[in-house]
Write a protein of this length. Structure first.
Length: 628
């Protein structure tokens, strides 16, 4: 295990769990500091406070107090010496809850009005038990809940007949007798008749295809109103890379379906981030965004804090479409808002306009296996629909992704054992095939880059990607990046020119944003030789590479391997996934699912059966009040 920083001020449970690696020194320091400010001396309350701080650091919005003993040891790097959390002296849960209910950190004290914690009882019928929040995150969650509840109380006025005609134009493959309605068509109908729509789906299910047609439908509906102004549309995503990809995808389809040229921005840019102002963003509940339709792609990566900034800034009479995959890795910050919305309680009343638009589309094929289930029909009332038909890849890769998502380790291992052209499982010492793919991709990219063929060089780099769960340690990016680089230089594919020097075929990963230069954190590219003999960096931008001088990068590194988290939103022909040992708390079902769904044609897992079973069994259960 990595070295543990011990907080010297921690005593009792704080000290024990800090030394074991469950709590960090920062968790302990915050708890002790709050205890002193609020005159709280109970070791049980201080321990729960530190766990609440750790929960946020780990991505949860709050701490489910009754499940606190399920928290694991922080793991990054090696796990051989990791302590089993089950062997630690966990305090009695009921005693912790009782101490919290009378704590001045929750109830206040004569020392002052400070109430940094909230203890919230779960609704009747929920088994979540009391939830312990840091006050800031409770208030952010309330902002989101209140905004969505208010938006669900009414519905837009629509011309049902016009919407049906446009749906027939935009989705010409109308379901035949006995076949269920196309879910993309249903998603567009939802977006026309709801103020808030959530379109969920895995890679290749046609989310951006659906977005473009949703916008075309709304533009046509607006243009049919005599004298109506042009529809004001905003496209946004949490990262610059995702925004650029959304913009390219929508623009590629715009001409065929009658869309104007649209530009996408990051959420920070959309809201008008400002330095040093009284408000962090220019647009807020007092200065709403001036758009009629706002589409947010890759919503799974939007944190609770960012969503609590966005929703109040959206006009009540503006349509908001949230798009993403709730099953992949969530934001690195606290919250998994998209997954919470998809799994949480349904807001809003029955929508008569949707019923008029769809007519008998929902009931015509209720017995069909691809038809909406009863629960899915109920969630339509909340503006939520999941796209399920994979269009980018299928076969065994799709079957493996479904098995992992469902938590079926036996089915996943059986698929990997059968192998074939799409799947393979290798023990950690069997790296022959990985090395061959790394060399093949590097050689092809270098040859193309040397003659200035940027498109071919980028295509070569997308033919294979090495993905890791960790950054450090024997299963981490740092080690595998060095290993792959040594294979490439050892085989004579490139000659290492030394630190700070560029060379044709050099694979790049951008690590910082420069919006003016259209360079985004997470972009991947390759150095190519231009016709004049100078070197340029080629980044993938739609169908044409985007060439920039290497000195324009605000931050860049050579990359042969990357974390699975960084790979989100990208696709490669083959992915080689390096799994850590089964003890790693980073190895989760969501991480495996995300890695598998990066591949178009082949998934290679490098790890043990025990690691696969452990990963599929371990879920990223981010505690949140939005789900209950």
């Amino acid at each position: 295990m990595t070295s543990i920083s011990v907080a010297q001020r921690g005593t009792g449970p704080l000290r024990i769990f800090n030394e074991a690696g469950v709590l960090s020194a920062a968790d302990v320091h915050v708890a002790v500091r709050l205890g002193r400010l609020g005159r709280e001396e109970s070791p049980l309350v201080l321990f729960a406070t530190a766990l609440a701080v750790r929960a946020v650091r780990s991505g949860s919005v709050c701490l489910e107090v009754k499940r606190m003993h399920e928290i694991g040891v922080d793991a990054e790097g090696t796990e051989e010496s990791a302590i089993d959390p089950a062997t630690l002296p966990w305090p009695d849960v009921d005693a912790v809850i009782a101490a919290l209910r009378v704590s001045p950190l929750i109830c206040g004290s004569p020392a002052g009005p400070l109430k940094p914690l909230r203890l919230i009882d779960a609704p009747i019928g929920s088994d979540a038990g009391p939830l312990l929040y840091l006050d800031r995150y409770f208030r952010q969650e309330e902002i989101i809940r209140d905004a969505l509840t208010e938006r669900a109380t009414t519905h837009p006025m629509v011309d049902a007949e016009l919407v049906r005609r446009e749906l027939d134009r935009l989705f010409p493959d109308i379901a035949g007798p006995g076949e269920p309605a196309d879910r993309q068509r249903l998603a567009a109908a939802l977006a026309a008749t709801q103020w808030t729509t959530v379109v969920a789906g895995g890679p290749g299910t046609g989310k951006t295809h659906t977005i473009a047609r949703v916008l075309a439908l709304l533009v046509a509906h607006q243009n049919a109103v005599p004298g109506a102004p042009a529809l004001r549309i905003a496209l946004a995503a949490p990262t610059g890379k995702a925004a650029a990809r959304l913009q390219e995808s929508v623009r590629e389809q715009a001409g065929d379906i009658g869309l104007p040229e649209l530009t996408a921005a990051t959420l920070h840019r959309l809201l008008g981030w400002q330095r040093g102002g009284s408000s962090r963003f220019r647009h807020n509940e007092f200065n709403r965004l001036p758009y009629d339709v706002i589409v947010v792609d890759e919503t799974s990566m939007v944190s609770l804090t960012m969503m609590s900034r966005l929703l109040p800034a959206v006009r009540p009479d503006a349509r908001l479409v949230l798009v993403g995959d709730p099953d992949q890795l969530a934001s690195v910050d606290a919250g998994a808002v998209l997954a919470d919305l998809v799994a949480g309680p349904v807001l809003g009343q029955a929508n008569p306009a949707l019923e008029r638009v769809l007519g008998g589309d929902l009931s015509a094929a209720a017995a069909h296996p691809d038809a909406l289930s009863g629960r899915e029909r109920e969630r339509l009332r909340g503006g939520i629909i999941r796209l399920t038909r994979g269009r980018r890849f299928g076969g065994r890769i799709a079957e493996l992704a479904v098995a992992v998502r469902a938590g079926d380790a036996d089915a996943a291992l059986a698929l990997l054992a059968d192998g074939g052209d799409e799947l393979s499982l290798h023990n950690p010492d069997d790296i022959t095939d990985v090395r061959a793919d790394v060399l093949r991709a590097a050689r092809t990219a270098t040859d193309a880059a040397t003659i200035g063929d940027a498109t071919a060089a980028l295509t070569a780099l997308e033919s294979h990607r090495l993905l890791c769960a960790h950054r450090q340690g024997p299963y981490g990016v740092e080690r595998w990046d060095r290993l792959a680089a040594s294979w490439v230089t050892g085989a004579g594919v490139v000659t290492d020119p030394g630190a700070g020097q560029w060379y044709p075929g050099q694979p790049l990963l951008v690590t910082a944003n420069d919006h003016e230069a259209r360079i985004y954190n997470g972009d991947t590219g390759v150095i190519v030789r231009a016709p004049d003999g100078t070197l340029r960096a080629a980044l993938q931008r739609g169908t044409e590479p985007y060439l920039v001088h290497p000195t324009q990068f605000p931050g860049v590194t050579t990359v042969y391997a990357m974390t699975i988290h960084r790979s989100q939103g990208s696709q490669y022909d083959t992915v080689s996934v390096v799994l850590p040992g089964p003890e790693s708390t980073l190895l989760t079902r969501e991480l495996l699912y995300t890695a598998i769904t990066r591949a178009r044609t082949h998934v290679r897992i490098i790890g043990t059966e025990e690691s696969i079973r452990s990963g599929i069994a371990r879920r990223v259960l981010r505690a949140s009040g939005l789900r209950v």
